[in-house]
Design a protein around this ligand. Structure first.
Ligand SMILES: Nc1ncnc2c1ncn2[C@@H]1O[C@H](COP(=O)(O)OP(=O)(O)OP(=O)(O)O)[C@@H](O)[C@H]1O
Ligand SMILES: [Mg+2]
Length: 402
């Protein structure tokens, strides 16, 4: 009996409804067909590699891509790599793009060996680096092929290894060089490994800037469209996720929140993603709330937090105004014996304090569903409203016991 019920449970989950059209499109390894808002970087990289397709003969092009986390460095390189391969094919030029992440491939030797065995079907075991390189260069000449090797997280290789990969193709004469590189690295790490010999080999350095909220909104709208069934996620909710991710300017931050909140929706059998789910998902993705911040607040600040939490707990509400939140604060005060609600201007001060300790966010922007105009609005980024409510009530409980 029990076994049967368990089976049913699994079946129910596996065969049940889902908010996802294609969940995997939010996985880290997924490369979308388009990269909105990265047209400039894509064009620049393509321009850098134009000579590979335009000119006869062989030569190497070495490009560095730098920037902070989640700004699309790897995605831009992979996107261009595949498109360069395809464009070259149309001109009957063989170009192969291969990306190596230095987390997995830690040395020039491991990269060369993998190149030969996995991509050219040649056993590299027992040969020295020089011999392997000789075989590779011969093979590239025989096939009249050019390679573009992307070295991702290249700082883990270090400048020596990077240089030796760049040099590798030049060993048999620079005019026979058939290996180009794209060196991908976070900006600060790039500064740390960049030295004169290395910079002498870099033809262009593309600095990829962090994403603004508007850019993130476009990117996340596109990614949500690929991942979710229609009607699952509203523009308001995407806007909320974009705003959260804009704090780090990191697209991965937003994409992970989309994935998690979708999973939570499935788990709770919701057919849409609401603000509360996003708030919960956000905590899992970026656990930023310090548990002790509430302890430093006075009673009225806590009641202001409680009022805000209750206001923002409602389905479909991502942000509120001072006036709306004030009403909830007044109710929260009425519930407590011996506490009288303070004036609206005092309430503003409490909200200001909650903002300065990082419990809430204040921004100027469009209001929630169906409302027009741009006004100061208050949002909860760091923890779900229900969790905030719970924690505030717990503090009052403790106080009462004293
Ligand atoms: N313009 C964009 N359009 C669609 N998706 C994007 C865009 N930019 C980034 N992404 C997605 O965001 C995530 C992070 O991008 P990516 O891995 O390229 O960042 P990165 O700059 O290489 O970060 P890291 O330094 O951490 O390696 C990926 O899932 C990627 O597909
Ligand atoms: Mg990357």
């Amino acid at each position: 009996m029990f076994a049967l019920e368990e089976e049913d449970l699994v079946e129910k989950i596996l065969l049940g409804a889902s908010v996802f059209r294609d969940e995997r499109s939010l996985f880290p390894e997924f490369l979308p067909q388009k990269l909105p808002r990265r047209e400039e970087e894509i064009s620049r990289l393509a321009t850098d590699f134009r000579p590979l397709i335009q000119k006869k003969g062989s030569f190497a092009i070495n490009i560095a891509i730098t920037g902070t986390a989640g700004v699309g460095k790897t995605a831009v390189a992979r996107y261009c790599g595949t498109h360069i391969e395809n464009a070259a094919k149309k001109k009957n030029i063989a170009i192969k793009f291969i990306l190596y992440n230095a987390h997995t491939f830690r040395t020039k030797t491991s990269i060369l060996r993998n190149l030969l065995t996995d991509h050219f079907n040649v056993t590299a075991r027992g040969f020295s680096d020089e011999e392997i390189l000789g075989m590779l260069v011969k093979r590239l000449e025989k096939d009249d092929m050019r390679l573009i090797i992307a070295l991702d997280e290249a700082n883990l290789l270090g400048s020596e290894e990077i240089l030796s990969i760049i040099h590798a193709s030049e060993v048999f004469g620079i005019e026979r060089s058939r290996i180009s590189t794209i060196i991908i690295c976070r900006r600060t790490e790039w500064r740390a490994i960049l030295n004169a010999p290395l910079s002498g080999h870099i033809h262009d350095q593309i600095n990829v800037p962090g994403y603004t909220k508007d850019e993130l909104f476009d990117i996340l709208s596109y990614r949500a469209q690929l991942a979710f069934n229609s009607g699952v996620i509203s523009e308001d909710i995407i806007d909320m996720v974009a705003e959260i991710a804009s704090q780090t300017q990191n697209a991965r931050h937003g994409i992970e929140i989309l994935l998690r909140s979708g999973k939570m929706a499935d788990y709770e059998h919701f057919n849409e993603i609401n603000a509360e789910l996003v708030r919960k998902a956000k905590v899992g993705v970026y656990p930023e709330l310090r548990p002790d911040v509430l302890d430093d607040l006075n009673d009225h600040e806590l009641l202001a937090a409680l009022g805000l939490a209750r206001r923002l707990k409602h389905h479909g509400i991502t942000a509120t105004t001072i006036n709306e939140a004030y009403k909830y604060y007044q109710i929260a005060c009425e519930e407590r014996e011996g506490i009288k609600a303070q004036s609206l201007s005092a309430f503003r001060k409490y909200v200001h304090r909650l903002d300065s300790v990082g419990i809430i966010g204040k921004a100027v922007g469009p209001l929630g569903r169906g409302r027009r105009g741009r006004r100061a609005r208050i949002t909860l980024y760091d923890l779900p409203a229900t969790v905030l409510e719970e924690r505030v009530l717990k503090i009052f409980e403790l106080h009462n016991k004293k």
